[in-house]
Design a protein around this ligand. Structure first.
Ligand code: FAD
Length: 511
């Protein structure tokens, strides 16, 4: 049988691969994407989950990146109001660290660089008064409160993948690209292997997009057989989760004497998320995990700002990821550029575009830059109905077809249509699925119609929905990536879910 020929074969289903797939298929290119693990299962589910300009990058004069990211905050809030929400951050002034005038100037630039229409601006606040005094140690008097946004990072990947698939892309999860070889007639022959079964398939593509994140250099070298020009600098970042340290909804951004900053963020109702670290990581990105030194570092920093000591023994969960930064030769890991670099190699009439660096926040703009290079290389797509540049910032992501600010209204609507849902469950379902919650619940008249409850409020209906429509296969996919319900489930409950998934394998494969 003749191999299928696509315009693009995208290697890597993190935020960048899925973001490029969505934009490209919308513009009319035919797209095949393979991801060797779970979609978004690597760096794109291990971030701090902030849509932010990156206040600290101003110190490195990365004005272009900061401006683009600041604008993206509200663009992404507009297309995905279910998984994005605004946050307020408190930045305390600490004697001996950055002076108050510098913090004020940085935040003035942050507020005025662009894109802020809905998010409130910066306020000067007294940290010894009102809610601001809650939890913090005595002696901190002055602070500044400013805006950024939160995003469910893994959901953002999945929603981009769903949208790309609904528009015609082939999304092959748990499928590893094992080789890419130039084809005699131009373009590539790409061989993939299905993880688990070992089944190999080949497809042809006019162009390869290397969106392998931390694996990007090795994809160029070992899979495409080319000498990489750009290099990934692998920088590890870890987070810890502890029982909540204070009651209000503000986040803190703390400065450390080493020049780094660390966030504390109210997390999943009962917890505080603390992160992150920055250190060079030479190992296999798949094996990354928070080290005891990183956990100590984060606990010590939090303890120096809060009125209680945070101990490694308080930590209930950790996660860690490897930033696939572009190696710009900076000495300290924390100073390496967070901007993205696209490298096109057109040797032998077989073009490959490699993606280095980037942020969750700027994935959509990165995809637009990639599409410019794709258009220059392949020409305009043949498909007539194609959308134009910028469409991804206007068309809502699946489930996000309502306005920012209407979240509560959607929860009320869902409760009206499914009165047996508790407030908590209705809120979680809208947060996780937006208006796709109606698809998930369709036909249910009472709670028992949702089937077995595995723990927390996770039902069989939801598990089946994720397996059929969101490429979920394992318990981790469901309770630690597409949700964080695992924090509220016992080992035995997660084990029961695993058994169910093993039994249901095959029947529940993604539609
Ligand atoms: C600790 C930390 C905190 C961060 N915080 C933020 C933040 O708050 N805000 C923000 O905007 N950004 C943040 N970032 C940055 C952001 O997470 C990354 O820039 C982004 O997730 C990178 O996405 P990616 O698609 O390039 O890489 P990945 O998500 O790693 O995706 C690459 C994918 O390629 C797949 N792959 C590799 N080889 C193959 C192969 N041979 N075949 C098939 N598939 C393959 C991998 O399995 C992987 O899933 C943070 C990063 C870290 C590590």
């Amino acid at each position: 049988m003749a191999e299928a020929v696509y315009d693009l074969a995208i290697i890597g289903g993190g935020i960048n691969g899925c973001g490029i797939a969505r934009d490209a298929v919308g513009r009319g290119y035919s797209v095949y994407l393979c991801e060797k693990g779970d979609l978004g299962g690597a760096t794109s589910s291990a971030s701090t989950k902030l849509l932010h300009g990156g206040l600290r990058y101003l110190e490195h004069y990365e004005f272009r990146l900061v401006k683009e990211a600041l604008i993206e905050r509200e663009t992404l809030w507009g297309i995905a109001p279910h998984i994005v929400r605004p946050l307020r951050f408190i930045l305390p002034y600490s004697k001996g660290l950055r002076p108050a005038w510098m913090l004020r100037l940085g935040l003035f630039i942050y507020d005025h660089l662009g894109g802020r229409k809905l998010l409130p601006g910066t306020l000067r606040v007294k940290l010894d008064q009102g809610i601001y005094a809650q939890g913090l140690r005595k002696g901190l008097a002055l602070g500044f409160e400013y805006s950024d946004c939160w995003v469910e990072d893994n959901r953002l990947v999945i929603l981009n993948a769903i949208d790309a698939q609904e528009r015609g892309a082939v999304i092959a999860a748990r499928t590893k690209c094992v080789s890419a070889k130039p084809h005699g007639e131009g373009g590539w022959t790409v061989t993939t292997e299905e993880v688990g079964t070992g089944i190999r398939r080949t497809i042809r593509a006019r162009m390869v997009i290397n969106a392998g994140g931390p694996w990007a250099s090795s994809i160029v070298r070992d899979i495409a057989g080319r000498a990489p020009r750009g290099r990934v600098r692998q920088v590890q970042g870890s987070h810890i989760v502890v029982p909540k340290l204070y009651d209000h909804d503000r986040c803190f951004i703390f400065q450390n004497a080493d020049g780094r900053i660390v966030f504390t963020i109210p997390y999943e109702g009962q917890y505080t998320l603390i992160g992150t670290t920055d250190r060079d990581y030479p190992g296999d990105p798949a094996g990354v995990k928070a080290s005891p030194e990183e956990i100590e570092y984060l606990c010590a920093l939090a303890s120096s700002y809060f009125d209680r000591t945070v101990n490694p023994a308080d930590v209930v969960w950790t996660y860690s990821g490897v930033r696939p930064l572009y190696d710009d030769g900076a000495s300290a890991a924390q100073s390496a550029t967070r901007d993205y670099v696209l490298e096109l190699d057109e040797q032998s009439n077989a073009p490959i575009l490699s993606i280095f660096g980037g942020k969750i926040t700027t994935y959509r703009r990165l995809a637009e830059s990639a599409l410019e290079r794709i258009e220059q290389t392949l020409g305009m797509p043949a498909r007539r109905t194609a959308l134009e540049k910028g469409w991804t910032g206007r068309a809502s992501l699946p489930g996000g077809d309502f306005k920012p600010g209407e979240f509560g209204m959607q929860v009320a609507r869902l409760k009206r249509d499914y009165p047996f849902l508790s407030n908590e469950l209705a809120t979680r379902l809208i947060r996780q699925y937006g208006t796709r919650a109606w698809l998930l619940l369709s036909g249910a008249r009472e709670s028992s119609d949702l089937g077995e409850v595995f723990g927390a409020d996770l039902t069989q209906t939801e598990v089946d929905f994720q397996c059929r429509h969101e490429w979920a296969q394992t318990a981790d996919d469901i309770v630690f990536r597409r949700s964080k319900l695992g924090l509220r489930m016992s080992k035995a409950e997660i084990g029961r879910l695993e058994n169910y998934l093993r039994g249901a394998a095959g029947e529940l494969k993604s539609a």
